[in-house]
Design a protein around this ligand. Structure first.
Ligand SMILES: [Zn+2]
Length: 508
C-alpha cells in the first residue's frame, strides 16, 4: 500500500507525510472571522480539513485539531487601516461586539454541524489570548524584528527579510512588493516600510475592543493570534497548517515570519511554524469569484432554504458537502444550480445503492463468481485509499464508488439466481463502502430531507401502488399497470420486477 503524500505549499510539491512526533499529529486551521453568516467558501475550507482530520484518524493517527475563531483585529480591508469587521457589524446591528462574535460563531457552528463536520479538538478565540499575544509581540521586539511607532507595534519586514527571507510561502519578492505598494503609502506614515504589518494597534477613542499593553491601550493585529494560539496548543513547530488559498498572503506569510522572529535561535528544522502548509482553492460562481461586493455571495443558510435570487431551489446541507467533495480541494470549484442539481442526483444514486446493499443476502444464494465483478469489489478499498493517499483526492474516491454501483445493482437484481461474487468479498465490500461514505467522506447514509415520518408515508404509498399494479398484472389489466408505471416514471421513480415482487427506486 502506498503511503500518504500531501501537497505542501511551502515547497510547492507533493511530499510524503511524516509527522514530527507520530502517532500524534498537530493541525491548525484558520477559522472564521465571526461577523456574518458563513458562505460556500467557509464550507469548502472546513470540509477540506474535516476530510484531512477524518482520514488521518482513520489511518490511526491521534490528531489534535485546532481551529481558531477571529473575534478581534481583522480589519475591513484586510490591511492595517480601517474599521474592525466585528465592530462595524456591532455598530450596524446595535450590539455589543462580543454579542456579534457569539451570534455568528453560533451560526457558523450550526451550519457546519448540519453538514456533518466534526468539531475540532480546540476552538480558541483571539480575545481569549490577548496576554499571550502581548508576550509574543514583546519577544518579537526584543529579538529585533518589531518596533513601536505612535503606540502601535509593527513587524519589521525589511530586517526580517535580511535574516530569513520574507516571501518563501507565497513566492513573492520583497523588492517587488515594495515597488507595487509605492503609490499606496498614504496613511502608512507610522510604518518604516509599506510591507510592514501591525502586531498591535493603538485604539482610536471610539474603538470599543481595547486592552492595556506596554505600548498603548489597543488591540492585536490580525496575524499574531494564529502564531500565538497554534504555538500555545501545538508547540512552536507542528505538522499541518491549513486554510483557504486567499489566506496564503499576507496572513500565512506573516504567521511564518512572526513565528521565526519569536523562535529565531532555534535550529532550521524548528522553523516556519508548520511542516506542511495546505491550502484549499476557491469557489467561483459561473467562473467569477464569489464575494459580498460582487453581489453573488450566497450564505449557507440561503442555500439550505433556497431563499436567494440566484438559487433555483433549496439544497440539502449534505448535497452541498457532496458537491464540494466531488472536486479535489486544490482545484477551483465552479458553483451553479445545474452543478448542484447534478450532485443531488448523484447522491440519490449512492443512497439507493446503500439501501440495496442492506437488502442483499449472499448466504441465501448459489455462488457463480463473475471475475470482473469479483475484481471490482475486491479492489475497492485499495483504490479508495490510494486516492486518499494522493493528497486527499475525494473526487477520485467518489468516482470509484460510482464504478462499483453497476455491480451492486446487478447483485441486487439477480436475487436468488446465483451470486456473482464471493460472499466474503461482498461482505467486506459492503462494510468498506459504508465506512468510506460515512466515516471518511463524512456523509450521512440516509437523507432525512423529508423527515422520517414522510419517508414512512412514501414507503406506505409505494407499497400500496405496487400492490395495485401487481393485482392489475395478475388480472392482465395492462392499461392500469402501464399507467402506474408511466406515471411513476414521469416523476422519476422506476419500478423493477423481480422474483420477490416489485422494487422501486429513484432514477438517476
Ligand atoms: Zn489564521
Amino acid at each position: 500500500m502506498d503511503s500518504l503524500s500531501v501537497y505542501n505549499s511551502l515547497s510547492r510539491k507533493k511530499e510524503q507525510f511524516e509527522p514530527i512526533n507520530p502517532p500524534f499529529v498537530g493541525m491548525y486551521v484558520c477559522g472564521p472571522t465571526v461577523y456574518g453568516h458563513a458562505h460556500l467558501g467557509h464550507a469548502r475550507s472546513a470540509i477540506t480539513f474535516d476530510i484531512v482530520y477524518r482520514y488521518l484518524t482513520f489511518l490511526g493517527y491521534k490528531v489534535r485539531y485546532v481551529r481558531n475563531i477571529t473575534d478581534v483585529g481583522h480589519l475591513v480591508n484586510d490591511a492595517d487601516e480601517g474599521e474592525s469587521k466585528v465592530e462595524k457589524q456591532a455598530r450596524l446591528q446595535q450590539l455589543e461586539p462580543m454579542e456579534v462574535a457569539q451570534l455568528y460563531f453560533n451560526s457558523y457552528t450550526a451550519d457546519m454541524t448540519s453538514m456533518n463536520l466534526l468539531r475540532p479538538s480546540i476552538e480558541p478565540r483571539a480575545t481569549g489570548h490577548i496576554l499571550e499575544q502581548i508576550e509574543a509581540i514583546q519577544q518579537i521586539i526584543d529579538n529585533g524584528y518589531g518596533y513601536v511607532s505612535e503606540g502601535s507595534v509593527y513587524f519589521d519586514v525589511t530586517k526580517y527579510n535580511e535574516d530569513f527571507g520574507y516571501g518563501k510561502l507565497s513566492g513573492r519578492d520583497l523588492d517587488n512588493m515594495l515597488e507595487e505598494s509605492r503609490t499606496n503609502l498614504e496613511g502608512q506614515s507610522e510604518k518604516r516600510s509599506s510591507a510592514d504589518f501591525a502586531l498591535w494597534k493603538k485604539a482610536s477613542p471610539n474603538h470599543i475592543m481595547r486592552w492595556n499593553s506596554p505600548w498603548s491601550e489597543g488591540f492585536p493585529g490580525w496575524h499574531i493570534e494564529c502564531t500565538v494560539m497554534s504555538t500555545k496548543y501545538l508547540g512552536a513547530k507542528y505538522d499541518i497548517h491549513g486554510g483557504g488559498m486567499d489566506l496564503l498572503f499576507p496572513h500565512h506569510e506573516a504567521e511564518i515570519a512572526q513565528s521565526n522572529a519569536c523562535n529565531c535561535h532555534a535550529p532550521a528544522d524548528q522553523q516556519d511554524e508548520a511542516k506542511y502548509w495546505l491550502h484549499n482553492n476557491m469557489i467561483t460562481y459561473e467562473g467569477q469569484k464569489m464575494g459580498k461586493s460582487l453581489g453573488n455571495a450566497i450564505s449557507l443558510r440561503e442555500f439550505f432554504s433556497g431563499d436567494h435570487a440566484l438559487l433555483d431551489q433549496a439544497y440539502h446541507p449534505m448535497t452541498i458537502r457532496f458537491f464540494i467533495l466531488q472536486a479535489h480541494y486544490r482545484s477551483t470549484l465552479d458553483f451553479s444550480n445545474q452543478a448542484l442539481q447534478g450532485s443531488e442526483k448523484a447522491l440519490k444514486r449512492i443512497h439507493e445503492a446503500i439501501k440495496r446493499l442492506g437488502g442483499i443476502n449472499p448466504d441465501d444464494q448459489a455462488i457463480v463468481v463473475n471475475e470482473e465483478f469479483e475484481q471490482n469489489l475486491a479492489s475497492f478499498m485499495k483504490d479508495v485509499q490510494s486516492a486518499l493517499n494522493d493528497d486527499f483526492n475525494t473526487a477520485r474516491v467518489i468516482a470509484r464508488m460510482f464504478d462499483a454501483l453497476p455491480v451492486v445493482n446487478q447483485l441486487y437484481k439477480v436475487k436468488g439466481g446465483g451470486f456473482a461474487v464471493n460472499p466474503d468479498t461482498f461482505n467486506q465490500f459492503r462494510e468498506d463502502f459504508l465506512k468510506v461514505f460515512t466515516d471518511i467522506l463524512g456523509m450521512k447514509s440516509e437523507v432525512e430531507e423529508s423527515g422520517n415520518e414522510s419517508q414512512e408515508v412514501i414507503d406506505g404509498l409505494m407499497k400500496l401502488v405496487t400492490e395495485i399494479r401487481t393485482t392489475a398484472r395478475a388480472e392482465k389489466n395492462w392499461e392500469v399497470s402501464d399507467q402506474i408505471r408511466d406515471s411513476l416514471g414521469s416523476i422519476g421513480i422506476k419500478l423493477e420486477d423481480n422474483k420477490q415482487g416489485t422494487d422501486w427506486y429513484y432514477e438517476k
